[in-house]
Design a protein around this ligand. Structure first.
Ligand code: 4AZ
Length: 865
């Protein structure tokens, strides 16, 4: 593979039932009278309802009785109001709610001794009881706090002396806000309190409190799963979740590991194995805190799911303490984690002066996570006659809830501009020979930081012999105004004069004429698709045909390509079976596009959701990996490497079940002297990441029992370029080995859709294969355009996919491998199989792939999958 880029009415008062025989009309009018009521002697007491025709009488006699009615109603209303108020006041307004806070404070007037590390020591007990008293005194001094205090516990001490605590309050709901405000300000209250009376020598300073989550307090209270570990100089200390690795961690547990280092040292903690319940499957998680108080402001990271050991899970503390918390729910049986930590001297300097014409610099402990509370400044100086630019090659300063346009927490600041979040490679230039780079991390949430290089350049010619993008990147001159974006910001395509092979978009960009009316918004403002729209009352088919709008979704293929019957509300209607409709096992057809394994049962027999144990990735991934060069371990668990005994990796393949692979037919064509059609010469490696590490424990190796090439495979045109391979024994599915879903014959992969191709093929045309599994994101191109770009070499079993600017493509050795599409539910489907191409990664020469949906029935027939 070459290069890559890589959301009753029954009122309680005066309800009368109509007497038997009452006139319906009277009843309906809402008024009726009883025989007794008709007695003008008024023998019956109370309220009487009169017939409509007696309205006049009512007018005469009414006022007195109305007064009674109104009085009764008013009295009842008043009583109800009063009862309501009392209920609200006593039941709700006064109802107590629990409030929990975590915090820490500084103690002066005493020295830290080792015994304070042990919560069972008499020294700990003595000091904690004094601190607790002082804390309660502080609370008592605030009327919004003191009366509601229930319990406080001192959970630990560290050098400083810092005391860690939690406090529980029971407060009426309507006073909870006042309590929150008072606790947020508790440090100020403390300042106003004199603590001389009880503890003349011991003083409390810098009291901090923050709302705590109940799990953290539960963990602090639960001594059954609490560990205290102190790093030993020059040694690595290891710890694991209870039962690891032979049995899963306990359910409904709250475990705490208190990690300590010597004074003036800091802690480096690494999770070497991490496998807890997947983040979306339950509520198990691990949190790491840069404090002994498990509070959000000091949370360095929250982890769930599983990570491959190669994933960087190293975290560094800012002081000599760290807290690891495991919280689990009732479900999910996973092994847990294995971690190690050691102490190291506290970083004295961060940043510095960098001189020369070029150089590199990184955030502290890169590629490990940078510590919290860091401020680093690099002052870069290049020779006087030059200017300086800084290129960030890797940039991860991601923090939950922070938007990249505000950068309120961790950031890099250059020339008064702040950068944060995840960014692709970018360059910042200075118009001088110096530049200052500031890096700031706040108390919570850390990331891996950045790796950057500085370079000097000539201000008059920043890119000698090349075009300078506005971002500072240098690109080949011929790429300027060629209709393709080569600069990250598209600056190479601005202010261009279009050639005769190009058309001008409304936004001024020049694009190749053959992009006009191809159904893809190439201009960005859709102007390339406007001139070719059908009249307003009509529908434009995918094949360009215009049909009356009423014919869309009428259950008939009026377009001829079925496009008018797709995306019909995307609800599954049972329709007449046609070529493009999904056929359920019971023979009925549904109109929905791509209904298979999308998490919704669309067929009346649910057959569209059968056999959906495919296309899932179980190793935790951060979306930020997209665009990287090397794949992550376990990122493409269906990827297979096919080796020929005499020449090693030869072709790719995809796992579709425990026993069957799909590959390209042309991989098994005999070529003297090698009999590629002979199953015996092939070995399949599943779960492989690195070709040089095939004995890795995640890898399963199998021989091939039989190779079934598509009988219509044409070795001249490469039509029907498909084969299925049976493994000599089934593989065991793991986090590293999973089958990919096969698309139904009706499955649609629309033009413009991004797909992923993976393999160990050549990294450039005529180049050598990759050692680490490569990935590239490429785009589906419409068939008409494929035909024009590839001189009518396309059959219906082929599709072309690529990036027409060139530079990203499959290449030799990728053949047979998967072209995967991320569909609904995050499931991945095998859209294509790498087949052929006109060279590799050439401009306007997309790669060609076997259209798997077209050969779906054949695969089913041969493999049963
Ligand atoms: C090959 O030789 C090959 N650029 C595979 C894919 C492509 C070219 C060549 C597509 O296996």
């Amino acid at each position: 593979m070459k290069d890559y880029r890589l959301h009753p009415q029954e009122r309680k008062m005066n309800i009368y039932s109509p007497p038997p025989g009452a006139q319906a009309t009277d009843f309906e009018s809402g008024l009726y009278y009883s025989g007794k009521a008709q007695d003008m002697n008024g023998l019956e007491e109370g309220v009487q309802f009169l017939p409509v025709m007696n309205a006049k009488k009512l007018e005469k006699r009414g006022p007195k009785r109305w007064v009674v009615v109104v009085a009764v109603i008013s009295a009842c209303l008043l009583v109800s109001l009063l009862v309501g108020f009392l209920v609200w006041h006593f039941k709700y307004r006064n109802a107590s709610i629990q409030r929990l806070y975590n915090g820490h404070l500084r103690l002066t007037g005493t020295r830290f001794i080792d015994a304070f590390e042990n919560s069972n020591s008499p020294e700990f007990a003595a000091l904690s009881s004094k601190v607790k008293e002082m804390l309660i005194d502080i609370y008592k001094n605030d009327k919004n706090v003191g009366p509601f205090h229930k319990e406080t516990e001192i959970t630990g001490f560290s050098e400083g002396i810092i005391a860690y605590y939690w406090s529980e309050f029971s407060v009426p709901g309507y006073k909870a806000n006042n309590l929150d405000k008072a606790m947020a300000n508790i440090g100020a209250v403390n300042q106003a309190v004199t603590q001389k009376s009880r503890n003349p020598e011991l003083r409390v300073e810098s009291v901090v409190a923050f709302p705590s989550d109940p799990e953290a307090i539960k963990a602090s209270r639960d001594n059954s799963c609490r560990y205290a570990l102190h790093a030993k100089a020059g040694e690595v200390t290891r710890f694991t979740t209870p039962g690891f690795p032979n049995s899963p961690y306990p359910s409904n547990a709250n475990c705490l590991w208190v990690l300590r280092a010597d004074a003036d040292s800091i802690i480096s903690l690494t999770f070497t194995t991490f496998d807890v319940e997947p983040c979306n499957a339950g509520n198990d998680f691990v949190k790491v805190y840069d404090s002994l108080s498990p509070g959000e402001p000091h949370e360095l990271v929250k982890l769930c799911g599983s990570y491959d050991p190669s994933y960087n899970l190293t975290f560094v503390s800012s002081k000599n303490v760290m807290l690891v918390m495991l919280s689990t729910d009732a479900v999910g049986r996973h092994p847990g984690f294995k971690a190690e930590f050691f102490q190291m001297p506290k970083l004295k300097i961060c940043g510095g002066v960098l001189r020369g014409t070029s150089g590199v610099f990184t955030t502290p402990y890169y590629p490990g996570h940078y510590p919290a509370v860091m401020n680093c400044t690099w002052r870069i100086e290049v020779p006087k006659e030059k200017n300086v630019k800084v290129r960030f090659n890797d940039f991860y300063l991601v923090e939950p809830g922070v938007t990249v346009d505000r950068c309120t927490k961790d950031y890099v600041e250059i020339n008064k501009e702040k950068y944060c979040g995840w960014r692709e490679k970018f360059v910042v230039k200075s118009s001088m020979n110096t530049i200052t780079v500031n890096f700031h991390s706040d108390r919570s949430h850390v990331d891996t930081g950045f790796s950057a290089e500085f370079l000097s350049f000539d201000s008059t010619d920043p890119c000698p012999g090349r075009f300078t993008c506005s971002t500072g990147r240098c690109i080949e001159k011929k790429l300027h105004c060629d209709g393709w974006f080569d600069c990250p910001d598209g600056s190479d395509e601005r202010n261009c004069t279009c050639t005769e092979k190009q058309f001008r978009c409304n936004n001024g960009w020049c694009k190749p004429k053959f992009w006009l009316c191809d159904g893809v918004n190439d201009c960005g403002d859709n102007s390339d698709e406007l001139q070719c729209l059908c009249p307003e009352t009509q529908f434009k088919c995918n094949n360009g045909k215009c049909i009356p709008g009423v014919q869309k979704c009428n259950g008939k293929d009026d377009c001829g390509d079925g496009s008018d019957e797709r995306k019909c509300n995307n609800t599954a209607k049972t329709v007449h079976c046609q070529q493009y409709t999904y056929k359920c096992r019971n023979g009925l057809c549904v109109s929905k596009t791509n209904p298979e394994c999308d998490g919704t049962a669309d067929c009346s027999d649910n057959s569209d959701e059968d056999n959906c144990n495919c296309g899932r990735r179980f190793l935790s991934k951060k979306s930020r990996i997209v665009g990287g060069l090397n794949s992550e371990v376990g990122e493409w668990p269906w990827q297979v490497s096919l080796h020929v005994s005499s020449r090693g990796h030869t072709c790719g393949a995809s796992l579709i079940s425990e026993k069957w692979l799909v590959s390209a037919g042309h991989c098994f064509q005999d070529e003297n002297p090698i009999r590629y059609s002979d199953a015996k010469i092939w070995t399949a490696y599943m779960g492989l990441h690195d070709q040089s590490d095939r004995s890795n424990k995640n890898v399963q190796q199998r021989g091939i029992k039989q190779i079934i090439r598509h009988p219509s495979f044409n070795d001249f045109t490469f039509d029907y370029d498909l084969a299925v391979l049976e493994l000599d024994s089934p593989v065991t599915l793991t986090n590293y080995i999973q089958p990919i879903c096969l698309p139904d014959i009706t499955h649609e992969f629309p033009a413009g859709k991004y797909l992923w191709v993976t393999g160990w093929g050549a990294t450039q045309e005529a180049g050598t294969g990759a050692t680490i599994l490569q990935k590239a994101e490429i785009r589906m191109i419409n068939q008409t355009m494929c035909n024009s770009l590839l001189t009518n070499a396309m059959s219906e079993r082929m599709m072309c996919v690529g990036i027409l600017t060139g530079g990203i493509d499959a290449c030799q050795g990728d053949s047979g491998g998967p072209l995967a599409s991320i569909e609904d539910n995050d499931r991945m489907f095998l859209a294509g199989v790498v087949s052929w191409g006109d060279g590799c990664a050439r401009r306007n020469k997309p790669g060609v792939y076997t259209r798997v949906s077209q050969l779906r029935d054949w695969i089913k027939q041969k493999t049963g999958v």
